[in-house]
Design a protein around this ligand. Structure first.
Ligand SMILES: NC(=O)c1ccc[n+]([C@@H]2O[C@H](COP(=O)([O-])OP(=O)(O)OC[C@H]3O[C@@H](n4cnc5c(N)ncnc54)[C@H](OP(=O)(O)O)[C@@H]3O)[C@@H](O)[C@H]2O)c1
Length: 297
């Protein structure tokens, strides 16, 4: 028998989600077990919910979602302002719930690139609305199963205290781990997102380019992409164990100059030469700074 719906602290029992893609569906599947979730998508037939999750009503009508005190917008980054304008018009035209926090409606988007205040600006002009963003710092696939966000970091920034509390409660409900940006400026958020993208895109690109640069046939390339991918996983596990200079392995960490020269010669004139040199310089710089900090400590 399904568990009865329960009141979940400040986020209440009812949540509205706008979007029909990966993140909207994953949130609906993870939250729909215990909360009353209304999902609004412009093409409901395209929504791919997990077959292992609860059944969540997908409604093409914005009014139901707009009646919720916590609304999450999970559409393409470029579409957020347009959806915010439509939601603002909807909120102005319908009576608001007399809710937990004096009727404050909180609208959060899930993009890492901009603040809520910028992308959801039309909503800030509606009385009683606070905005913000909750950015899940992980790759979300189609039809992600319930629990997908467990232990995921979520970067939060908000325009007000009620939105901040609800955003934290939402992340707690998802069993994620909130990280708050030190300030909510556009520059901070853009820098954070560019760096997060550098990490994720960089890992995939390095692994793929490295397998390609071996110059082997397609079958071996696939095998080495897999092998280099596993190497990247072990390196990523090391990253979580301590600061870079302490957990780095390889010839830069050991100071094996002859091996480094051998590597430089092996990749001379090769398409990945620049990439390899940039990574080596960054690693040497990191190790030097680590030594300086150690010396100064
Ligand atoms: N996937 C991830 O790994 C991930 C991780 C962290 C954060 N995010 C963020 O989460 C948000 C959603 O990403 P996603 O991966 O779920 O994207 P997605 O799978 O590509 O889905 C995007 C959704 O946006 C809808 N959409 C686009 N334009 C719209 C409009 N004008 N009005 C209404 N709906 C519109 C699309 O609807 P149609 O189907 O009708 O075209 C589609 O359902 C983005 O801000 C993204 O940066 C994604």
């Amino acid at each position: 028998m399904a568990e009865p719906l329960r009141e979940v602290g400040i986020i209440g029992r009812e949540i509205g989600i706008i979007g029909g893609g990966r993140v909207a569906a994953a949130l609906a599947s993870s939250l729909g077990e215990q909360l009353d979730v209304a999902l609004h998508a412009r093409h409901p037939e395209r929504v791919r919910l997990s077959p292992h999750g609860p059944s969540v009503p997908v409604d093409a009508d914005l009014a139901l979602v707009a009646s919720r005190e916590l609304i999450i917008i999970a559409v393409s980054d470029d579409a957020i302002p347009e959806v915010a304008r439509a939601l603002a018009a909807q909120l102005r035209s319908q009576p608001r719930p007399a809710g937990l926090e004096g009727g404050v409606t909180c609208v959060l988007h899930t993009s890492g690139a901009t603040t809520g205040a910028r992308s959801l600006a039309p909503l800030l002009e509606v009385p009683g609305v606070e905005v913000g963003s909750v950015h899940p710092l992980l790759a979300v696939p189609s039809a992600a199963a319930p629990g997908y966000f467990t232990l995921a970091p979520f970067v939060i920034e908000t325009s007000g205290s009620v939105a901040a509390e609800r955003a934290r409660a939402l992340v707690e409900q998802l069993e994620g781990e909130p990280i708050e940006l030190p300030d909510s400026t556009e520059e901070t958020k853009a820098r954070y997102h560019a760096l997060a993208t550098m990490v994720a895109t960089g890992t995939v690109t390095l692994v793929d380019r490295a397998a390609d640069a071996l110059g082997v046939d397609a079958v071996q390339r696939a095998a080495f992409r897999d092998a280099f991918g596993r190497l990247a996983m072990t390196a990523a596990v090391n990253v979580s164990r301590g600061p870079g200079p302490e957990v780095l392995t390889g010839p830069v960490a050991r100071g094996d100059g002859a091996t480094l020269e051998l590597h430089d010669r092996a990749l001379e004139g090769h398409p990945v030469e620049g990439l390899h040199a940039a990574v080596r310089r960054a690693a040497e710089d990191m190790v030097d700074r680590g030594r300086q900090e150690e010396g100064g400590a």
